[in-house]
Design a protein around this ligand. Structure first.
Ligand SMILES: Nc1ncnc2c1ncn2[C@@H]1O[C@H](COP(=O)(O)OP(=O)(O)OP(=O)(O)O)[C@@H](O)[C@H]1O
Length: 720
């Protein structure tokens, strides 16, 4: 980011920064400095006989509360006229008294587990904790100069609420642990032994959904948790292209070829036959279209489970055909080359293309987001703020780019070519999610408010620059808004939820559109968290606030783009200046107030889902998982065949085996768990039920599983 744009950004940011607290603290610090100066110059020490500070009296209480600081300069001019003789120093006795008061506060804070540490400029969090009677243990870098002063010196200047008081209190609680820690993700987890409220939930990097690679992992697991209307992810398909991802690489190449076929059909569907056909000079043979139609037809059959050709190894001729198809179709898609067919034939191809596309898109909803460019977005696996993101459409370019940047563990994701646009401009939705963990439960909270972030330029697929396609604020703040943009778009590129709802009404979207979008967002987030839960450290009192980015498709369906574990909560525009402090305040309500009082207000956070994780804990110990279900009547459903010599032989086999197996089972009774109505299986690992032996008990009878039965039958009937 250039220096100029950075300073412009800071100025803009300061416009929304509430300065009152800062002024209060500055004034109190000035008091203390003045007293020290007086001492050095041997001036009379009786500053403010009433104990009030000389500077703080300059700002009325009302000014401080309302934040009206416009006439501050007039009050400042009174400083010089204030006689120093009215200023006093705190006497020794007062200092002693202060120390004892502070000590009591410190002991109380420790007893009530009310000591906190906040790393970074999260003043809203600090204020929310102080308001709840917590004491701050300062990180080393905060008020660094004051932290080098002795306790005596600090006590001398300490006044209610000033920095000296904060530092002296912090020094006094230095040896106590913090019971609330707001820290960065990379920082070491201090004081784990006291189970503090900590804004970090740790999980294995395979399923850490706040990284791109982890989100791919969650997307792979998500299918086991999918439940209509409750949880399910909707995301552009992606593949890992790091050095050890050969399987993903092969899958991506196959997907790329399939996408090319669908892209060609979409191209044909969206153009007039007369534009595309040229029976005399056309460069592209009809074979290309037939190849694409066949490929999509096979995909439809595979999706409908008619064909299992997927796993079949490709014949060399097919590979050559594929190569030729890729070359020819690229000519159409990128250079608008014409087909060597008549208009009439082209019309028929267009009809078939539309039909096949509709069929495949009904089976795979995410294919609707694809256009006719076969565009992909490449993202470094563990980076953020748009760093290293590029867009490519050629397969060779994509593979080349990832092998040139192997250490950045790139993932490739299908680019959404047909997003929902507002006034021809791309946007995404920033939604907040909070995860809290208690002794027994994991709760997913979603925020009922959110905001939109617009791109600074109009959307087009003819230009792949980040200023058009990456809507995150960290990228867009580097660019000026394009002059030809629709004037109804916000200058600072953000809309509140209310503004978006207004827009939906204006464009005639159905009344419940936002409710549907929000429900879709919730389902995505629940699915991601559930998918990652197996590899999440369920530490009681841990919590984490996430900034989740969604786009919308043309039918207002939310599409999950990414989840940030350290969302930007700075007041960069008037929209974020309103929502970010509220999110933090409500986050503290959920984290601190709800455990003490389940009915406490949670602001705009609402419980989206709750999981009882104690169940899993028990299973990790010695207790086996019991699966309860209705018994399958296996023996009764055997076909009643006419007795023939062979079936008589089989019955003999069964009779023989029953006796021996029941004898065996009898010895091992303690390990078999059955009830008359249910069959309970012993499982080795959660989620992977295994029968511990080859036979089991049904209604008091002993049955065999099919494999054992088959083996025995073979043994007895095979020719000797
Ligand atoms: N598959 C996609 N299709 C279309 N646009 C996308 C896609 N993936 C990302 N984008 C756009 O690129 C932007 C940045 O993507 P993403 O959030 O994944 O990157 P990031 O580096 O993690 O950014 P940040 O950390 O700032 O959120 C998104 O805000 C979105 O506008």
């Amino acid at each position: 980011m250039s220096q100029a744009s950075s300073s412009a950004y800071n100025t803009q940011r300061n416009r929304y920064y509430n300065p009152v607290t800062r002024i209060q603290s500055l004034i109190q610090n000035l008091d203390a400095e003045l007293i020290t100066l007086c001492r050095q110059c041997s001036l009379p020490k009786n500053i403010g006989s009433n104990g009030n500070s000389p500077f703080s009296s300059l700002l009325s209480q009302q000014q401080l509360q309302t934040g009206n600081i416009n006439n501050i300069s007039t009050t400042q001019s009174r400083i010089s006229s204030q006689p120093l003789s009215t200023l006093t120093l705190a006497p020794d006795a007062h200092r002693r008294q202060l120390r004892s008061t502070y000590r009591t506060r410190v002991i109380d804070a420790y007893r009530n587990r009310k000591i906190f540490t906040v790393f970074g400029n999260y003043h809203t969090v600090r204020r929310a904790l102080v308001r709840r009677g917590w004491l701050e243990k300062l990180p080393a870098g905060r008020h660094a100069k004051l932290q080098t002063m002795s306790e005596e010196a600090l006590l001398e200047h300490a006044r209610r609420g000033n920095d000296y008081e904060a530092v002296v209190l912090s020094k006094m609680i230095n040896n106590f642990p913090s019971f609330f820690i707001w820290q960065s993700k990379a920082q070491r987890d201090l004081f784990s032994e006291v189970k503090p409220y900590r804004n970090r939930v740790r999980r294995s990097h395979f399923l850490d959904f706040s990284t791109k690679v982890g989100l791919v992992g969650c997307a792979e697991q998500e299918r086991w948790f999918r439940e209509d209307g409750v949880c399910g992810m909707s995301y552009p398909r992606f593949y890992r292209l790091g050095p050890n991802s050969m399987e993903d690489r092969a899958a991506f190449i196959e997907d790329y070829h399939q996408t090319q076929a669908r892209s060609l059909l979409r191209y044909v569907k969206e153009h007039r036959p007369a534009e595309m056909a040229d029976p005399e000079h056309g460069e592209v043979l009809s074979f290309t279209l037939e190849f694409a139609l066949n490929k999509v037809k096979t995909m439809i059959r595979q999706k409908e489970h008619y064909s299992l050709d997927d796993a079949r190894t490709k014949m060399p001729t097919e590979m050559i055909e594929n190569q030729s198809f890729m070359g020819q179709s690229s000519k159409v898609l990128h250079s608008h080359a014409k087909f060597k067919v008549s208009e009439k034939v082209m019309t028929e191809y267009a009809r078939l293309s539309a039909q096949y596309l509709d069929q495949i898109e009904a089976l795979r909803l995410d294919y609707r987001w694809d256009g006719s460019r076969n565009l992909w977005i490449l993202k470094p696996g563990y980076q953020s703020r748009g760093i290293g993101i590029v867009m490519r459409s050629s397969l060779d370019d994509i593979l080349q780019w990832t092998s040139n940047n192997q250490n950045r563990k790139y993932i490739v994701q299908k680019y959404i070519e047909r997003p929902y646009l507002i006034y021809r401009t791309k946007f995404d939705i920033r939604q907040y999610m909070l995860l809290t963990i208690s002794d027994s439960q994991v709760t997913i909270w979603t925020y009922r408010d959110c905001y939109l972030r617009f791109s600074s330029q109009e959307f087009t697929l003819d230009d792949l620059r980040e200023s058009i396609h990456l809507t995150n604020n960290s990228v867009q703040k580097r660019y000026k808004n394009k002059l030809n943009r629709d004037s109804r778009l916000p200058k600072h590129n953000m809309w509140s939820l209310e503004q978006f709802k207004g827009h939906l009404r204006q464009v005639g979207a159905p009344d419940n559109t936002w409710t549907k979008i929000y429900n879709g967002i919730k389902q995505n987030l629940v699915a991601v968290v559930l998918a990652s839960l197996d590899e999440t450290e369920l530490v009681p009192n841990a919590f984490e606030l996430y900034g989740c980015d969604f786009m919308l498709d043309e039918r207002y369906n939310p599409i999950l783009i990414e989840i940030n574990s350290t969302p930007d909560l700075s007041a960069s525009t008037e929209v974020t200046a309103r929502i970010c402090p509220l999110v933090l305040k409500d986050c503290i309500r959920v984290v601190l107030d709800v455990p003490r009082n389940p009915l406490a207000t949670t602001g705009l956070f609402e419980r989206a889902f709750q999981v009882n994780h104690n169940v899993n804990k028990e299973l990790n110990g010695t207790r086996p998982l019991e699966l309860n279900g209705t018994q399958m009547k296996l023996c009764e459903t055997l076909p009643k065949a006419r007795p023939n010599p062979r079936s008589r032989l089989l019955r003999k086999i069964f009779n023989n085996v029953r006796a021996t197996t029941s004898r065996k089972l009898g010895k091992d009774k303690s390990k078999t768990v059955t009830t008359p109505q249910t069959t309970k299986l012993i499982v080795g690992k959660v989620g992977s039920p295994k029968l511990s032996r080859a036979s089991w008990n049904l209604d008091g009878k002993v049955g065999l599983n099919s494999k054992t039965r088959e083996n025995l039958a073979l043994q007895y009937t095979a020719p000797k």
